[in-house]
Design a protein around this ligand. Sequence first.
Ligand code: UD1
Length: 377
Amino acid sequence: MTKSAVKVLCIVGARPNFMKIAPLMRVFNKQDSGIDARLLHTGQHYDAAMKASFFDQLDIPEPDVDLGVGSGSHAVQTSEIMARFEPELDAWNPHLVLVVGDVNSTIACALVAVKKGIAVVHVEAGLRSFDRDMPEEINRVLTDQISSLLFLTEKNAEDNLAREGINLDNVYFVGNVMIDTLLMNRQKAIPAEQTLQKFGDFPGQVDSAEGFGLVTLHRPSNVDDPVTLKRLLETIVEVSRTVPVVFPVHPRTRHRIDESGLGDLLSGGRVLVSPPLGYLELLGLMDSARVVLTDSGGIQEETTALGVPCITMRENTERPITVTEGTNTIVGSDPVRIMNAFRDVIETGGKAGRIPALWDGRAAERIASSILKWAEG
Ligand code: UD1
């Protein structure tokens, strides 16, 4: 690394960050990239299923620093990250702190950096669900306000930033780093049959010609209220009567199911329940699924890139391009709307969709060149 390299401290914290940081670290760590990058993990997600398998499968270098914060309320988690991050920032004193996405680690580290006069780079800026009940929406709005360089996955996100008074001179539409990771790993994905077998295959009578559906569910608005959660689990069972379903259960959802004693509900259908899966397992399942039902942000984009129909069990999306150009349909958490959208996919094959502009596997390269230009100017 040359003396004049730009020092960039890259932050990850939670599962959806890992696939976004992987291509950036790869590009930054190339010889003569002009960027001296270090990786800091806040420890927001810590167990093997939520962290270690992603680092291994995506070839992310071991973090230079792990703050080990773990779980807690939003206030505890965010403040704990801030307090532990500050001395690490002082110790290395980078030119830039780079944050991705919209999790608590994103806003916590951005806030510490900006108050120390260190410029913040936000990757995946400008997305808005316009739903301030979502903790992620608060994190997005605040992080964008204090960032000096903002990188967009979809062009229309610029309008959101303009409306919020952000100087568009520092905003660059570069494409989607998560899709960089998807394209790089698609050939390496673990075949769906292998993953299904590993977890004991679908219960009940299943003909392989039926294909399968994939479900993920973890938003507080869907899983924290037992009435809503029960309704959604019943809907998953209903879906499984037409197409068997694989359901990797997020830790938050697992806790809520256990707390409310709803575990037995799922055994009423053809639902294969598994622990959270690694990236390559999930990618293999997504790529072969007939339909994906989810409340995840990232999966809406990944299914669009793969051309697989996606039914989003949320009232809104911060990623509108997945609806206007991709394969995504937003239905909320009402069972009738979910089932209607599901039947439509089964009857028609679902929306065809097209790949959004610049979702071409080169977003991380574009980000690296913009960072170098910023540093020169
Ligand atoms: C967080 C992000 C959300 C993201 C999601 C993906 C915020 C505000 N939310 O939500 O945007 O979509 O991650 O997973 O940052 N847990 C474990 N093991 C772990 C991590 C968490 O068991 O490795 C448990 C925690 O103890 C907690 C629950 O899972 O009970 C939720 O974890 P938390 O990080 O608080 O939020 P998520 O719901 O995962």
